[in-house]
Design a protein around this ligand. Structure first.
Ligand code: TYC
Length: 112
């Protein structure tokens, strides 16, 4: 915690000063975080989604398979939480990779 000492001096600085210690919040704000989500569809092969999660989200095969099944059953799942810039990069990488393979897989981001 930062302590700011404010000296309230009288007009003539005649040694009747009043000192007030004011506590101020440190104003270092953490950057906002963004959830990256994968959406289900009826056409993207399960193994392709698993490969995406392994390649771009550094998951093991078992982790990737589990998250893929969650998306398949529930329609959507958070696959990672990142800074705005990293989240944007992940979304672009997934969307490019899906487009290259002509799969309709959708990846989006949303502020946490
Ligand atoms: N529902 C797809 C299928 O049955 C699999 C799938 C899972 C697709 C997750 C997209 O994000 C997804 N082939």
């Amino acid at each position: 915690m930062i302590l700011d000492k404010i000296i309230m001096a009288g007009p003539s600085d005649d040694d009747n000063d009043t000192s007030v210690v004011v506590e101020t919040k440190p104003k270092t704000k953490r950057p906002p975080l963004y959830k990256v989500m994968l959406l289900n569809d009826d056409y993207t092969p399960m193994e392709f989604v698993v490969a995406v999660l392994e390649r771009f989200f550094n998951m093991t095969h078992a982790e990737a398979f589990e998250i893929m099944l969650t998306v398949h059953k529930k329609g959507v799942a958070v696959v990672g939480v990142f800074s705005h810039e990293i989240a944007e990069t992940k979304v672009a990488q997934v969307m490019d990779f899906a487009r290259q393979h002509q799969h309709p897989l959708q990846c989006t981001m949303e502020k946490e």
